[in-house]
Design a protein around this ligand. Structure first.
Ligand code: 5AD
Ligand code: FES
Length: 360
């Protein structure tokens, strides 16, 4: 079978047998890639048109109790300058964002015990009270089910928690021993059962990742049916154990974005900051390969350069208004339209295949 036939079949059936998917991933020519992107664009446009959804990212703490080997804000990185935004600063970011047209706020942080469930719930409910027409997304890592229930009750409706890699042996090579893929998947299932719109995802080209890991990740996500999928290239950070590992590539990330779009026609799929970091037009190319979300930074300018998950991160010197404007211009230049409004996922309007009981 040729790759063009594989792409047709992937588009029609939403998946491919493992051997065919492996071939597609490993033997992709430039011409195949163009056919793949075109298919992904048309599938995305059938569901979402030319709209690109905006999410305002607020990086509210870079304290983290974890020690993920790839991450620049890992606990062992003594060189990271730590900061926490106050509740007032977070609300202030949302107010500014609201005036700029944002209707979804993503509160992202390290796993910081200072922000107890009570504090998080207080922040979420204050944002919802001030901006009832906005959605709040949390991205604050693993917590017990009861915490997630409390966040949902306080008004958070969406949660991002990348699974990072579904293979246990690979997961163990990227994380310290106290973190397990089993607990990560437990969190994702709890979140989903509670009623959150859930996002998972992984880095492309992370250390020790081979095509077999990527295939497992693709089939896991196909079974889990997340509302959102976050993928971006791995980029080394100088003060981590993976400082000398090569970054994931632009091409591989674009191929995967397009394949994910064909497997999940209605998923919310961001063109990530990491993609914009490895190439000046990375986010634009991501949109043209099937992504439909961008997440400009709303964090206060004074702390942005401290939320360094990887080296070279873009947008660390800009104000929220500049990022918003910049993004709009970038999207218009490639023929897309930045959509204000909550931009709810269309995924939950399909019958769920996922029963919550499958094994991984
Ligand atoms: N390169 C790229 N992405 C990274 N992340 C963490 N460290 C890096 C890195 N060095 C990603 C992880 C995490 C998300 C918030 O950022 O996938 O889930
Ligand atoms: Fe931040 Fe362009 S999106 S400066």
């Amino acid at each position: 079978m040729t790759n063009q036939l594989r792409i047709d079949r992937l588009r029609r059936e939403g998946t491919l047998p493992r051997e065919e998917m492996r071939r597609l991933l490993t033997d992709m020519t430039e011409e195949d890639a163009q056919v793949l992107y075109e298919a992904a664009r048309s599938v995305r446009e059938a569901a979402y048109g030319k709209n690109v959804y905006l999410r305002g990212l607020i990086e509210f703490t870079n304290y983290c109790r974890n020690d993920c080997l790839y991450c620049g804000i890992r606990r062992s990185n003594r060189k990271a300058q730590r900061y926490r935004l106050t509740e007032e600063e977070i609300l202030d970011c949302c107010d500014k964002g609201y005036l700029l047209g944002f209707r979804t706020f993503v509160l992202q942080g390290g796993e910081d015990p200072f922000f107890t469930d009570e504090k998080i719930c207080g922040i979420v409910s204050r944002i919802r009270a001030r901006h009832p027409d906005c959605a709040v997304t949390l991205s604050i890592g693993e917590r017990p089910r009861e915490s997630y229930e409390a966040f949902f009750a306080a008004g958070a409706e969406r949660y991002l928690l990348r699974h990072e890699t579904i293979r246990p042996e690979h997961y163990r090579k990227l994380h310290p021993r106290n973190l397990t893929i089993e607990n990560r998947v437990r969190c994702l299932r709890d979140l989903r059962e509670i009623g959150f719109q859930v996002g998972c995802g992984m880095m492309v080209g992370s250390p020790f990742q081979t095509v077999e890991e990527v295939l497992d990740d693709l089939y896991f996500m196909r079974e889990f049916r997340p509302h959102m999928i976050g993928i971006g290239p791995f980029i080394p950070h100088a003060d981590t154990p993976f400082h000398d590992r090569p970054a994931g590539t632009l091409e591989e990330t674009l191929h995967l974005l397009a394949i994910i779009r064909l497997m999940h026609p209605r998923v919310l799929l961001p063109a990530t900051t990491a993609l914009g970091t490895i190439h000046p037009l990375g986010r634009e190319m991501g949109i043209q390969a099937g992504a439909n979300v961008v997440m400009p930074n709303l964090s206060p300018a004074g702390v942005r350069d401290k939320y360094m998950l990887y080296d070279g991160k873009i947008c660390t010197g800009d104000e929220a208004a500049e990022c918003r404007r910049c993004m709009e211009l970038r999207m218009e230049k490639i023929g897309y339209h930045v959509e204000v409004g909550r931009g709810d996922s269309l995924v939950n309007r399909e019958p769920a295949l996922y029963s919550g009981k499958e094994k991984t």
